[in-house]
Design a protein around this ligand. Structure first.
Ligand code: ATP
Length: 429
């Protein structure tokens, strides 16, 4: 089963509103095994809407339209549909009574303009709107030679109204036409290796003709695996999806930190919670002393609800003065090794741990750029130390990119070092 999604609205083509409806509808269609051939967006222009509809009806089984069915003169989707179907618009008495009842309920006079919302092309069906006044339309397009048939659903543009109508009155028809087929998806997230290195480890799993398919995307240094499983039944799609997730996990091991909506800081906080058996730890789990990341690690950790049990304290010791005064880092150490050095990062981590009386201390010092680099410590050099019971891990990284990227990757790498330590393992890169 194949669908095309058509969004109507000047605000969409002008870029003033992001078309979230199409993305949402696509995901819902995929869940019932329906392929989406295209997303189209046109302004509130009857000719443009007609053109888009005429181009689509021969290419799909379902044309899913949203927007342009309000009461104002620039809402022209119903007129365009009537023209494409070659049918006149007729007043639907039942919906007119619904509209009148709605306005009586909200104690507002009904404008004559609202009557147009009860008009639908002859031979089509009105679809009730439980959240607003714009009813939807269910129509079937058939070409003169009967070779082309396409079911057209028109829904309101307002996302909340559209979603309610789609779930109740549109999706069941697509699901029935698909005979129970399903596309199920899962996303696995990794941090630390580049996209190429990750795909090399996945090898054959990434073959283009494989089902379930495995593809990679990168965002903010996080390399994610998108797994899509399309089969004739939901049960089969789920079973095969689980098998492929298992195979990806076997290939990448602990490089995978989370699934779907899980974030790296969330996983770290969850690992602390798990290590503490779900109760408050006797001492806070981690404190941070940050220089080039300027509080980013503290921000990431405290974004997670429930972080207060685990995150103790954070110092932003950006200047040498702050490092010596607030963290008691010896001036001699700064002079001997330089501010961006492994001994200084280690001392920051250790002092953070001691001063906060926490289980772990993280220390980060580096050069985010664009200035300040030297041949020995170029821009992107970041030393990260993790001090904890029994051991201090210190590493120097060279992160590519601009200031924002260097800071972001350094913070994520610090959390990754913490995650591996909680797993009782060495960093694998
Ligand atoms: P009405 O004119 O009665 O509000 P309508 O069904 O004709 O209803 P539109 O006028 O097209 O809908 O849009 C109503 C609201 O919904 C607007 O705020 C618009 O920004 C938002 N909207 C419309 N289409 C989309 C879309 N594809 N994605 C996200 N928001 C949308």
């Amino acid at each position: 089963v194949r669908a095309i999604i058509l969004s109507v609205g000047d605000e969409l083509t002008l870029g003033q509103t992001v078309d979230t409806n199409s993305a949402w509808i696509s995901r819902r269609l995929a869940a019932v095994g329906c392929d989406v051939a295209a997303h189209l967006t046109v302004p509130d222009d009857q000719h443009a809407i007609e053109q888009a509809m005429l181009e689509s009806v021969g290419r799909c089984d379902f044309l899913i339209v949203s927007g342009g069915i309000g009461p104002t003169e620039d809402d022209l989707t119903r007129q365009a549909l009537a023209a494409v179907l070659g049918e006149p618009l007729e007043l639907n008495e039942a919906w007119l009574r619904e509209l009148e009842a709605f306005f009586r309920r909200v104690k507002r006079p009904m404008s004559p303009l609202n009557r147009v919302q009860a008009m639908i092309p002859r031979c089509s069906r009105m679809v009730a709107n439980t959240c607003g006044t714009a009813a939807g339309i269910d129509a079937t397009y058939q070409s003169g030679d009967l070779k082309t048939t396409c079911r057209v659903f028109v829904m309101p543009g307002v996302p909340k109204e559209m979603k309610a109508m789609f779930e109740r009155d549109v999706l069941p028809h697509v699901r029935a036409a698909g005979g129970g087929a399903a596309i199920l998806s899962r996303t696995l997230h990794t941090f630390g290796l580049g996209e190429r290195a990750v795909s090399e480890k996945l090898g054959d799993l990434m073959r283009r003709d494989r089902n379930p398919s495995v593809g990679t995307t990168v965002s903010g240094g996080v390399v994610s695996l998108r797994i899509n499983s399309r089969f004739g039944s939901e049960a089969e799609a789920k079973e095969r999806l689980d098998d492929t997730v298992g195979a990806c996990r076997a290939a990448l091991g602990d490089l995978i930190y989370g699934e779907d909506e899980q974030t790296l800081p969330q996983v770290v906080i969850e690992a602390f919670a798990w290590a503490n058996g779900g109760s408050a730890p006797p001492v806070p789990d981690v404190a941070v002393a940050e220089s080039c990341t300027g509080g980013l690690i503290a921000k990431m950790l405290t974004e997670v609800p429930g972080a207060s049990w685990h995150f103790a304290f954070g110092w932003v010791t950006y200047s040498e003065y702050a490092k010596t005064k607030l963290l008691d880092i010896p001036e001699a150490l700064l002079k001997e090794h330089g501010v961006v050095s492994e001994p200084v990062a280690a001392a920051m981590a250790q002092q953070a741990r001691i001063k906060a009386r926490s289980m772990f201390g993280l220390g980060v010092t580096g050069i985010a750029g664009p200035d300040g680099g030297t041949p020995v410590t170029p821009v992107g050099t970041v030393c990260i130390a993790l001090h904890g019971p029994g051991a201090t891990n210190v590493r120097t990284f060279h992160f590519p990119g601009d200031r924002e990227m260097v800071r972001d990757r350094a913070a994520k790498m610090a959390l990754t070092m913490l995650r591996y330590r909680l797993l009782g393992k060495e960093l694998p890169f």
